[in-house]
Design a protein around this ligand. Structure first.
Ligand SMILES: *Cc1c(COP(=O)(O)O)cnc(C)c1O
Length: 381
């Protein structure tokens, strides 16, 4: 039985015992809720104890006050999930309080007892926590090493019911791209589902900005795409996109979705607006790409093919102390470039992490390059 058939069966079981939950959209009007079918209900399901969220809701249409399954779900939430599903070319999508909650929740919920997870060694902490929270056995494969992953799968896969491969699309501290096509191939070969976190790729990569899965043409081969509304989308919150059964399974079982307050409508509205804009922002995407290429070539950094245009550019320094010192040096000259130290990155690989945006000018880039080149050559790095 496939994972989806399995989820479907488990949901059917819930329906039999009246425990299946689905999200109902409400509109808030002070202490009242207006349902989808325009029924006005006095709200005894809110955690807005002092009425602050309701007051604000009147002023700014914001304030959720409840978890999505209780009364925190509105038409705007539903519309955003529909827009996200269309964007990701899936049937369905759901929202989370943050990208962290989406990653940790999706992995820990979908990978169950008797399952096995294969996780890239440089995955984001939120995916790692998802592995730790799940009841599945987890193996960490060397960063982007599909050959190693393949041999781990052939050694261990048979002992487990279902297998999941979990990866960042763009690795947040290195700007590397996951080899998604190869991961899909190896996933097919060993009947393993692929879960991809597009946090740094959404809005940036792909023709419509729909991420690395779009750029590499593998949207229909991936089991679940996870993303954040807080990076290129510029709002707050997280999402997952997949087939309808898997999304319903998350709505019914995923603890970080069920037991946390729903996103406030203000974040949802902001995200929905950005999502529309993002799909038309190819000019900004081209601009960021060209800045990234220029910066890499001027700093003498080697990156292959598609990777040369990723707007995360790490400059490896080595020791924590020296990274901090270069970062301070830059900030004295008016440039903020954060130093990233362990445990965020492996021991001995402290670095500066430069993130580029379409708002950076050529002049800003030149200044960064010249300050950095001086300083880094001084350190002999
Ligand atoms: C930022 C990030 C997240 C978490 O997203 P938030 O919305 O900030 O919680 C998850 N995964 C990756 C790869 C990230 O970089």
């Amino acid at each position: 039985m496939s994972a989806v058939e399995d989820f479907h069966q488990s949901l059917e079981q819930l329906k039999k015992v009246e425990r299946f939950r689905s999200l109902n959209a409400f509109r808030a009007d002070g202490i009242y809720l207006i349902t989808d079918s325009n029924v006005r209900l006095c709200n005894f399901g809110s955690n807005d104890y002092l009425g602050f969220a309701s007051h604000r809701a009147k002023l700014e249409r914001q304030g959720a006050g409840s978890s999505a399954l209780v009364a925190g779900w509105t038409d705007t939430h539903r519309e955003l999930t529909e827009a996200l599903a269309a964007f990701e070319q899936t049937d369905s999508a759901c929202l989370f309080p943050s990208g962290y909650a989406a990653c940790s929740g999706v992995v820990s919920t979908l990978a169950r007892d008797a399952d096995v997870i294969f996780s890239d060694s440089l995955n984001h902490a939120s995916l790692i926590d998802g592995c730790r929270l799940s009841n599945a056995v987890c193996f960490v494969y060397p960063h982007r090493d599909v050959v190693a992953l393949r041999s781990m799968l052939s050694k261990h896969r048979a002992r487990f019911r279902r297998a999941w491969i979990v990866t960042d699309a763009v690795f947040s501290m290195d700007g590397h791209l996951a080899p998604l096509v190869d991961l899909c191939d190896v996933g097919d070969e060993f009947d393993a589902g692929l879960i991809v976190d597009e946090a740094h790729a959404t809005g940036v990569l792909g023709e419509r900005g729909a991420g690395l899965t779009e750029l590499l043409g593998v949207k229909d081969r991936v089991s679940v795409v996870i993303g954040t509304l807080s990076k290129a989308i510029g709002s707050h919150g997280g999402f997952a996109a997949s087939n309808e059964t898997t999304i319903n399974y998350l709505i019914n079982h995923c603890r970080s979705l069920i037991y946390s307050t729903a996103l406030p409508p203000s974040s949802v509205v902001a995200a929905a607006q950005s999502l529309e804009t993002i799909q038309k922002s190819s000019q900004e995407r081209e601009r960021v790409k060209s800045l990234a290429k220029t910066l890499r070539s001027q700093l003498g950094l080697v990156a292959e093919g598609l990777e040369s245009s990723v707007p995360i550019v790490p400059v490896l320094i080595g020791t924590d102390k020296e990274s901090l010192s270069v970062s301070r040096h830059l900030s004295r000259s008016g440039l903020f470039v954060p130093a990233i130290r362990p445990p965020t990155v492996p021991e001995g690989t402290a670095r500066l992490r430069i993130s580029l945006t379409a708002l950076h000018t050529d002049k800003m880039l030149q200044e960064l390059v010249s300050l950095l080149s001086d300083r880094v050559s001084e350190l002999g790095a």
